[in-house]
Write a new protein. Structure first.
Length: 254
């Protein structure tokens, strides 16, 4: 347990899944810069998680702890909540950020792909939110789910991923109803911010096509998503059941 109760109560406590790299790391840094104490979950990115923990704890001691968990193992999810409460004494916000992302082409979709994509993008957020509900009600906290710009216009050849993220929007709105009035539940739907590291589909021609489909004619930055999450946690006390598009206007593209 944090040995400074006064500091513990004055800072928000946040649990973020997949918070060690890419957009998750940007969210972690943004919230930490606003005084949040953080349980940073990771699955396979141990080196990145340790490095980010060291970086942020050098700024403010004992403000970030890390915990490994495979989110597909549903029975283990309550342990993330328990670890947060044990160390920081409360939980103010849950960010369901972790996600699997890859194509699944109709005719060759395998059950393992369904389990993985639905598991990380929909099932884990549901069961982690369920496990966090009591703690969030106590703190009158909130949940932020990270969805995708393709929730309204599914991406071709990404059938299972698109369906899972669309389900996450429905889950967001359903949880907002179920957990009201004490807990707010919202989502952020990112547009083109970071390209996948290991997917050759996203060549320069494709990337330029995507940029041309945004109203702002450019890609965003991970910090754009992080600031949107910060807004929903810190500055939106009368907002719940909402999906905030952070996509440069691409959802309006015709």
């Amino acid at each position: 347990m944090n040995s400074n109760p006064a500091a513990q109560q004055s800072s928000k406590v946040v649990l973020i899944t997949g918070g060690a790299k890419r957009v998750g790391a940007a969210i972690t840094r943004e919230l930490h810069s606003h005084g949040a104490n953080i349980l940073l979950h990771y699955n396979t990115s141990a080196a990145e998680a340790l490095a980010l923990q060291a970086e942020l704890n050098a700024v403010r001691a004992d403000s970030v702890i890390i915990q490994q968990s495979n989110l597909l193992e549903t029975a283990n999810l309550p342990a993330l909540i328990e670890a947060t409460l044990e160390h920081f004494g409360k939980l103010d916000a849950l960010i369901n950020n972790a996600s699997s992302y890859y194509p699944t082409i109709l005719g060759s979709i395998q059950p393992e792909q369904w389990e993985d994509l639905m598991g990380s993008n929909l099932k884990a957020p549901l069961f982690l939110s369920q496990a966090a509900a009591d703690a969030l009600e106590t703190s009158q906290g909130c949940i932020v789910n990270i969805t995708d710009m393709h929730i309204e216009r599914p991406k071709k050849n990404y059938l299972v991923y698109s369906a899972a993220k669309a389900g996450l929007v429905s889950l967001t709105k359903s949880l907002a109803q179920e957990l009201a009035p004490k807990v707010r539940v919202n989502a952020v739907a990112p547009g083109p911010v970071l390209w996948p590291d290991d997917n050759q589909e996203f060549d320069e021609a494709y990337r330029q096509q995507v940029v041309n489909q945004t109203l702002l004619k450019r890609t965003g930055e991970p910090s754009d998503i992080a600031k949107a999450v910060k807004f929903l946690i810190y500055d939106a006390p009368f907002v719940t059941g909402h999906v905030l598009a952070v996509d440069g206007g691409r959802h309006l593209s015709t």
